[in-house]
Each structure stands twice: as C-alpha cells, then as structure tokens.
Ligand binder design. Structure first.
Ligand SMILES: Cc1ncc(COP(=O)(O)O)c(C=O)c1O
Length: 416
C-alpha cells in the first residue's frame, strides 16, 4: 500500500454542534445528520520537533528554499520562482497583486484591470470573488474590486454533453478576450486569470484549443496570463500541472491543496523569472514586494510539501493518474442513461455528473445524494448545485473506481 495513504474514519457526534459555523455548508441540514471524519493516518511529525516556526519576513529557513527549488524544477518552461502563502484564496490574491505591481514597476501603471471568467472559482478573498464568476459567492459582499471584467464560460450542454476530456466545441470563446481588449484597451488590462479546468462550478474541461488561443491573445497585448491550478496542479490531470498537459505556458500558476496533499495548509504562486527580475531593482536594502503572510513558507508546511513531492515522485502518482484516466472516464460514462442524469464530464481523475433538478428545489437532489452516499454507502463526494463532482485520491485502484461509480449509480437511482 502506498505510504501516503490517508485513511478517513467516520466519527461519533460531539455534544455541541452549535458553536462552529461551518464554511460552504448548509449548517442546519448538516447539524441534523453530521458527516464527521475523525482520524486520518499519515501525517508530518518530525519537522515539529526540529523547527516549529521561523519568522516569514526578513528571516527564513532552509526548507522554504528547498521546496521552492523543487517546485521550480517541477514546473514547466520558465516558471522558476515561488511565493508562498497558506490557502488557494491567498494564492489568487497574491498572483493578482503581483500582476498589478509588475506592470507598475515596469512603468505601465495604467494596466489596472483584471479579467476573470463566468463560473470561475478563485477562492473567497476580495480579489478572488471579484474575478470569480459564481453569483452566490459574490452577491452578498458589496461592490467588489473595481475594473474587473469577465470572459464567458465555456459550457454548452447541447454541443458538449457526455464528452470525455476536452470538448471539440468552444475553443472560439477565447476570442471574447479580443472583444474585451477592444472595449477596455490593452493598456488598461493587467492580467487574465482562469482555471485551466473550471473545478468548483462543476468540472468544465477546457475546449480544444481554448487555452492556446487565450495565451496568443495575451501575448499579442502584453497581458499576463494566470492559471489558477489550485485543483489541477500535482497530478490531477495526469501531469504535474495542467499547463504541461496543454503545452500552454502561463506567466503565473497558483497552487495549494495537492502541494501537501492537504496535510498542512500550504499554497503559493509559481512565476517566471522575468516577473521576479522586474522587481529586483532599486536599493538592495529596500523590500521589493510589499506583500506576504506571517505563515508564508511555514516550516511544517514546507516539510509537508517536500515529503509530498517525494511521494508523488517515488510512487509515480502523476503517471498513475494519467494511466487511469481512460478507465476512470469509461466508468463515469457507464452512468449515461441513468434516469435523471443530464450530462457527464471527465478529465484526468475528475468527473462531474449533472442531475436534473427537482422543480421546486434546485440543488436538493444532489444534496440528498451526498447524504445518502455518505451515510448509506461510505462514499464521500462533493456537490455544486445539482452537480455531483468526484475527485479521488491519485492512489485509487481500478477496483475502487468501479466501486465508486457503482455506488454513485445506486445513489442517483435512490434520489430519483
Ligand atoms: C481554482 C481554485 N482557486 C482557489 C481556491 C481557493 O482555495 P482555498 O479554499 O484554499 O482558499 C480553490 C478551492 O477549491 C480553487 O478550486
């Protein structure tokens, strides 16, 4: 069994469920039938004894440099510097701020606009929800950042339903960026940020040619391209980064989640040397970028990151994900024809199943399916609206893939 295996164990319910306001969760429904996970095996303990904290500003520690070098070696092309933070949301805000500051230090301070995409998810900071395109994540929180615009999303069920991998239709939607450039003028646009595969909205693989076209238009207009790879980095699509799968080099990549396989909070931005170098001017004793977090490059997180990258390499987990992609897609598509299933999408080791909504309760069918899967079938998946999203550990076996979709099929029939 691979060493990094994490075993989740369901837990007894504590006495008081009231005080904890659970994020991104319907609290009242959850507290009626809590889905609690009590223990997981495989954590990082040695680093805690060696160095539990080092100040993040003006001082550092060796493992921060070691992890940055490892990430630089893993990342494609010229992406060879890393800035660390603690969550995907912070990584997104960091990348957006670096983009704005980069143009500023190069004398192009008029480039203040940021372009995101409808249905995009970039975490919950003000930067992330501003460029993000999921209405409930935005509408309660005021006017958000000024000067943000959005590309259209890339999903069209009529043209794309039940596609394995990248859909044929939709590459042309990248040309909408040209329209936004014509409207705002390139001299006002700092960066475009997209998830190579939109994840949280319900798994939208990029149409063929789409990312290449975005890159070409950004190049033409001097606009930075940021790939938010918080989900897609570290093997999820069968390569270290989605940028590698598509052969499209962004100027920055945001990462989180997989860098420590969730064991310790850790995230960051990988960027190309040209961006880093643009800041390395002026008197040498003066801070070049006024940005960072107290827990940037926390020693425990760096140790966890290095250990996790070792496991990915030694157990060839990215290659494993690539090898399993076909089996995963076939198993997911076997649910085509199940009553209530409107679409199935797959990419790498990710899949989504759209369910028809109950007439009076959008999202309820998927919510019921999540409850039944957890309580009755020992299966944990995620939902967005009436979409079931699946993203298994990279160590999953072929038998387990079969088991997952067998159970998902049963659950979907139960909630029909
Ligand atoms: C693409 C993307 N960006 C950013 C985030 C935010 O990450 P976090 O929840 O660690 O802040 C997520 C989280 O799922 C994500 O999928």
């Amino acid at each position: 069994m691979p060493q990094a295996r994490t075993e989740a164990v369901a837990s007894a319910v504590p006495n008081d469920l009231e005080s904890f306001w659970i994020p991104f969760t319907p609290n009242r429904a959850f507290k009626k039938a809590p889905r609690l996970i009590a223990r997981a095996k495989g954590t990082i303990s040695r680093q805690a004894a060696e160095l539990d904290y080092a100040p993040a500003f003006q001082f550092s520690h060796p493992k921060a440099f070691e992890l940055a070098s490892r990430l630089a070696a893993l990342a494609p092309g010229e992406l060879d510097h890393a800035f660390f933070c603690n969550s995907g949301s912070e990584a997104v805000d960091t990348a957006l701020k670096i983009a704005l500051a980069y143009h500023n230090v190069r004398g192009q301070a008029s480039r203040v606009r940021l372009i995101g995409r409808e249905r995009g998810y970039h975490g919950v900071g003000f930067g992330g929800i501003s460029v993000g395109g999921i209405a409930p994540n935005r509408k309660y929180f005021g006017a958000l950042l000024a000067g943000v615009d959005h590309l259209p999303h890339t999903y069209n069920r009529e043209k794309q339903a039940f596609t394995k991998g990248e859909p044929e239709w939709g590459g042309h939607l990248a040309d909408e960026l040209d329209r936004l450039v014509a409207l705002h003028d390139a001299s006002t646009i700092a960066a475009v940020i997209v998830e190579p595969m939109a994840g949280s909205t319900g798994v939208l693989p990029p149409p063929k040619g789409y990312l290449e076209r975005l890159r070409a238009i950004c190049n033409k207009h001097g606009i930075l391209l940021i790939f938010d790879e918080v989900i897609t980095a570290f093997g999820r699509l069968g390569t270290a980064f989605a940028a590698e799968r598509y052969g499209v080099m962004p100027d920055m990549i945001t990462f989180a989640k997989g860098v420590t396989s969730g064991t310790v909070p850790m995230a960051g931005v990988i960027l190309r040397k040209g961006i880093y170098d643009a800041f390395m001017r002026g008197p040498e004793h003066v801070i070049e970028l006024f940005h960072g977090y107290t827990y940037s490059a926390h020693p425990l997180a760096c140790a966890a990151g290095i250990a996790t990258l070792d496991v990915y390499r030694d157990e060839k987990l990215f290659e494993r994900a690539a090898a399993l992609e076909g089996k995963w897609a076939d198993a997911a598509m076997s649910l085509k024809g199940t009553p209530g299933v409107l679409d199935i999408r797959t990419l790498g080791l990710v899949a989504a199943i759209d369910l028809s909504s109950r007439p009076d309760a959008y999202g309820k069918r998927a919510y019921d399916s999540m409850e039944k899967a957890f309580h009755e079938h020992g299966l944990m998946f995620r939902i967005t609206g009436d979409t079931i999203a699946l993203s298994p550990p990279l160590i999953i076996s072929e038998d387990e893939i079969g088991e997952i979709f067998d159970k998902v099929g049963k659950v979907i029939r139960q909630v029909n």
